[in-house]
Design a protein around this ligand. Structure first.
Ligand SMILES: Nc1ncnc2c1ncn2[C@@H]1O[C@H](COP(=O)(O)OP(=O)(O)OP(=O)(O)O)[C@@H](O)[C@H]1O
Ligand SMILES: [Mg+2]
Length: 385
């Protein structure tokens, strides 16, 4: 049987999409080499942005599936190398974006900022509980407190003490009882002392938390943002152009205009808004009567207006507050309670909508492979027939 040409293999590989950069690997210049052996075996080398690239197995599977579809191919071998700094900066320019994740964040698959236009709507409560829920669902999660004035993550996840520094001079993030990795300015300042920081110092602090903390491998790193918009969003957009934003709002339609501002800020700095979390929705009494103390429907209206999904609505719950105050997240302590179930549902929707690592592929099969198993991430993956 005639062997395929390199051009035919390349053409097939245009169906392999980098789920983070949302372009195909040929267009991104990530196909380093294609070699077609006389026995029909095809060797493809894909260049990654970082050695610990969490979507490696996705590429392995997708490249194998695509190349195997060509007549005459008897097996596919996928190898990997890493883009040089020069190639990375060319890629960056081609994408028109800032810096690619580097250093300590190289093994963090997804970064999600929890933001809101105004204070006190439950960003920190959501960050702490969502991180705990993701961890409970079998993912590795971290929570980074980007609120240097009103830090709350250590308290809400029940973590204290001063972090250690490891042999590589990186700060080791203290873990909650269920293994959520955390970082906060709260670990470094005297309790209740006022931290007065201006823009450049804020920028530096956040940068250090991202780059000098040994986050290790994480499926999800959640960032608890301070209220409002501004400096922090700019900093994050510069350091983490691929971060996504979830906006927390209360149900009263009047809160929408404030929440919309944080969406506008995200758009301005080119961060994708992944959805809306409505918090402090209807309060249900033990008798089953529901009171909509903060109004109704605001989250859904905002989601429709922005054309993004409503990730879920979390009811007002005394338990949720009490557990946050005690440092024992409701989602792990009382997973059957309505607020915990709502938060677990949001965690599930987050997992469904952003790519993460797929099961490792042991070896490229020598014959035509089975279509890859696609779970909740299917819509992020290339279409493979
Ligand atoms: N669904 C809820 N039911 C009851 N109480 C809640 C709920 N969500 C949050 N809270 C409580 O509301 C208060 C404010 O929540 P939280 O600190 O999470 O808000 P925030 O948006 O992070 O505030 P800030 O803007 O000051 O950082 C806390 O006491 C918290 O326990
Ligand atoms: Mg907060």
């Amino acid at each position: 049987m005639a062997l395929p040409t390199e051009a035919q293999v390349k053409e097939k590989l245009t169906a392999v999409i980098d789920p983070e950069l949302r372009k195909n690997i040929v267009e991104l210049g990530m196909v380093r080499s294609i070699e077609i052996k006389p026995d029909g075996k095809v060797d493809v080398v894909v260049s990654l942005t970082t050695p610990g690239c969490p979507i490696r197995s996705h590429f392995q599977q997708a490249v194998t599936t695509q190349a195997s579809q060509l007549d005459g191919v008897t097996g596919v071998q996928v190898g990997f190398d890493v883009l040089s700094d020069q190639e990375k900066s060319t890629l960056q320019q081609a994408l028109g974006r800032g810096k690619l994740p580097a250093g300590a964040l190289a093994q963090v698959a997804n970064v999600i900022c929890i933001a809101s236009g105004k204070g006190g709507v439950g960003k920190s409560t959501m960050t702490a509980n969502l991180a705990a829920a993701l961890q409970a669902q079998g993912h590795s999660a971290g929570a980074l407190d980007c609120d240097v004035y009103g830090y709350s993550i250590p308290r809400m996840l029940g973590v204290g003490g001063k972090p250690d520094v490891n042999g590589e001079r990186k700060i080791v993030p203290p873990e909650s009882a269920t293994g959520v990795k955390t970082m906060s300015i709260g670990y470094f300042v005297e309790q209740n002392s006022a931290v007065v920081w201006r823009g450049p110092m804020l920028h530096k602090a956040i940068q250090q938390f991202l780059e000098d903390v040994a986050w290790g491998e994480l499926d999800y790193l959640l960032l608890d943002l301070p209220p409002g918009t501004g400096d922090i969003a700019m900093t994050l957009a510069q350091l983490l152009p691929q971060a996504k934003v979830a906006i927390v709002t209360t149900p009263q339609p009047a809160a929408q205009s404030v929440a919309r501002r944080s969406a506008e800020m995200a758009n301005k700095v080119d961060l994708e808004v992944m959805g809306i979390i409505e918090n402090m929705s209807g309060f249900t009494t033990p008798d089953g009567e529901t009171f909509s103390i903060f109004g109704e429907g605001g989250g859904g209206l905002l989601a429709d207006e922005l054309g993004v999904p409503l990730l879920g609505a979390v009811p007002l719950s005394e338990d949720l507050r009490e557990h946050a105050d005690r440092g024992t997240p409701l989602v792990t302590e009382r997973p059957d309670s309505p607020a915990a179930e709502a938060i677990a549902g949001i965690a599930g929707r987050i997992v469904a909508s952003v790519p993460r690592e797929l099961p490792m592929v042991q070896e490229s099969p020598p014959t035509a492979p089975q279509p890859p198993k696609m779970g909740a991430n299917a819509r992020e993956l290339p279409v493979v027939q």
